[in-house]
Design a binder for this molecule. Structure first.
Ligand code: ATP
Length: 348
């Protein structure tokens, strides 16, 4: 924030060195976590169960107090403010709908700041967006889990908050509804310039929905970057693995090259000594090979519709390769593995 090159007026939320421990002898649930999010950006906090995603979200919302650290909303410190004072829209996993109100009333209730005359029309458009218009007169207990989840989303969005927090908001929707709801919501957030923080353990969801992905592990925010960067240039082996299948290769860097078991890979010239690299399975290529010491053996083959996912073994090491559907190698056959596109160097 001290950097004069950064226009601080564009910052929607800034978290600085947040720490949270629930019990004295527990490990930190959130460990020195910092990030900055600009207006209109969508951040996905991605990580395995128990890594501290929900705790982070609850601290931002004000439901949980950080042990130390600060939270700023549009430059105003809110670290010790109540949730109501923060004016953030939140959708939790358990929806928390008002049971005695109809779906429409639930949505209208959130529109207290909207002029009375406009509420019904606006509520209708939110209900239509969430494909709930035919259910508007029902009560929450008359809806499926997925439908309740959509009501919770509609109700939060109806209040038109500047910052929206979403905790696994699509988890109860079936696969096709999840994808379409996600796409529509992203388009809607982009149109309205809403800043969003989404918590998920689904890497595909994080990559498709967010502008920035923050990968968490054991309380730490390990890497925050664009979906392309975290996927193609993961900071370490944990990020590489959490974002999909990968091959971890080791070798010595010298004069801009690393000799790995799969061949020579190009790296930055300044790099020296032992390095670890990540090469995605779609960046490897298989070709038939006569049985020889240098070839790999097909251990298993999974047909996935548009491609094959192969597991191979060479010199006691396993590799994974995604090959097009026409490249069909039998289990037990011998193949050569070639690197199509260079991997990325991991830092730890
Ligand atoms: P999930 O994806 O399973 O929801 P998460 O990444 O959101 O997980 P958190 O719920 O933030 O993780 O939990 C982080 C750590 O803090 C975990 O080790 C969890 O057991 C612990 N924890 C969370 N809430 C409490 C609580 N109220 N009391 C004590 N420990 C807690």
């Amino acid at each position: 924030i001290e950097d004069p090159a950064i226009d601080t007026r564009d910052i929607q939320i800034q978290a600085l060195h947040l720490n949270k421990r629930y019990r004295r002898d527990d490990a930190l649930a959130v460990n020195d976590l910092s990030f900055t999010l600009h207006k209109g950006e969508i951040l996905a906090l991605l990580g395995p169960s128990g890594c501290g995603k929900t705790t982070t979200l609850r601290m931002i919302a004000g439901f949980e107090q950080a042990d130390s650290g600060q939270i700023f909303l549009q430059g105003r410190e809110v670290t010790h403010l109540t949730p109501q004072q923060r004016k953030i829209g939140i959708v939790f996993q358990d929806y928390a709908l008002f049971p005695h109100m109809t779906i429409e009333q639930n949505v209208m209730f959130a529109m207290r700041d909207t002029p009375k005359g406009e509420r019904a029309d606006k509520a209708t458009s939110w209900l239509e967006l969430m494909r709930l218009d035919t259910l508007r007169q029902r009560y929450p207990n008359e809806l499926s889990g997925g439908q309740q989840q959509r009501v919770a989303l509609a109700r939060t969005l109806a209040a038109e908050p500047e910052l929206v927090l979403l905790d696994e908001p699509f988890s109860n929707l079936d696969a096709s509804l999840r994808e379409s709801t996600r796409n529509e919501m992203r388009a809607l957030f982009k149109r309205s310039g809403t800043t969003v923080i989404l918590v998920t353990h689904d890497q595909a969801e994080a990559l498709t929905f967010a502008d920035k992905v923050g990968v968490m592990n054991q309380g730490f925010l390990v890497q925050t970057d664009t979906p392309q960067q975290v996927y193609q240039h993961p900071a370490n082996a944990f990020v590489a693995r959490f974002l999909g299948h990968t091959n971890l290769l080791y070798g010595d860097a010298l004069d801009g090259f690393v000799n790995t078991p799969l061949g020579q890979l190009q790296v930055e010239k300044s790099l020296q000594g032992q390095v670890q690299m990540s090469v995605r399975p779609e960046d490897l290529h298989l070709s038939p090979a006569p049985r020889c010491d240098a070839a790999a053996r097909v251990i298993s083959r999974e047909f996935r519709g548009h491609d094959y996912f192969y597991t191979l073994e060479r010199d006691g090491v396993q590799y994974c390769v995604i090959a097009p559907r026409h490249q069909n190698f039998e289990v037990g056959s011998w193949v050569n593995i070639n690197v199509l596109r260079g991997g990325s160097v991991l830092s730890g």
